[in-house]
Unconditional design. Structure first.
Length: 243
């Protein structure tokens, strides 16, 4: 009886925000010695398979668009099919820059989602807690990104001579996914391209418009694989998780 009354009169559990994902996977992997880092084995799966499965498992993410090089469209599409990654709706070609590639993915989504999470294909250990936290924050304020405090002392230098020591307490390493209202990031990326702005991440496109990006708790394990050393570190973290 208590269960019946609970169902009839109890508060319904609120649904979380609905969010699409664009996975940036069009890089050249130049610092990996000519090997494509996304298809390298990490444990028993390719790096990108780990990344996509993490997004697939997030209940807030409803659709995934992968943006990659033309030569990887078929292999990645087959990989997604073999692993039954049902939320991956399209694998599309990127552009000449990361900004153009991400915009291609956002445009592919059209108006199907109010929020879009832009994630590096080479960050395979993104956690469910991180995903849910940053998506929820973006739903509240329009733009959010995970970040971790910088551990090392950071100095500004010119011609290899230190000119300033920065206050470490104010410095953060920003990670992905970076999550935005879809209309906001679409307009910000289009404007950045029109004005020839060189961006190192997607938050920068929004910041150029004078809009603040909220930071949420990142994860030091959420590494981006760029070098062979990064791959070894991520592999070690993965082994720890499986023990």
């Amino acid at each position: 009886m208590a269960g019946l009354f609970s169902r009839l009169f109890g508060k319904k559990k609120e649904r979380g925000p609905s969010c699409a994902a664009v996975v940036a996977a069009a890089g050249s992997s130049t610092r990996m010695g000519g090997q494509d880092k996304l298809m390298l084995p990490l444990g028993e799966e390719p790096v990108l398979a780990h990344t996509l499965r993490a997004l697939e498992l997030c209940p807030y993410i409803t659709e995934i668009v992968v943006v990659t090089r033309r030569d990887l469209i078929v292999p990645i599409g087959q990989m997604c099919q073999d692993r039954r990654l049902e939320k991956v709706s399209r694998v599309i070609p990127g552009g000449s820059t990361r900004t153009q590639s991400v915009l291609n993915g956002v445009l592919e989504l059209g108006r199907r989602a109010e929020l879009v999470a832009i994630h590096d294909g080479a960050r395979p250990l993104v956690s469910q807690a991180l995903l849910e936290t940053v998506i929820t924050r973006a739903a509240q304020c329009g733009a959010a990104a995970p970040a971790v405090p910088v551990k090392d002392t950071v100095k500004r230098a010119k011609n290899a001579v230190v000119t300033e020591t920065l206050d470490r307490a104010e410095l953060f390493a920003v990670q992905t996914p970076q999550v935005f209202q879809t209309d906001l990031i679409r307009g910000a990326l289009e404007r950045a391209l029109e004005e020839g702005a060189v961006l190192t991440d997607d938050c920068s496109a929004v910041e150029r418009l004078g809009i603040g990006v909220a930071l949420t708790q990142g994860d030091y394990r959420n590494l981006k694989i760029t070098t062979p050393e990064d791959l070894a570190a991520v592999g070690a973290f993965l082994e720890q998780e499986e023990v």
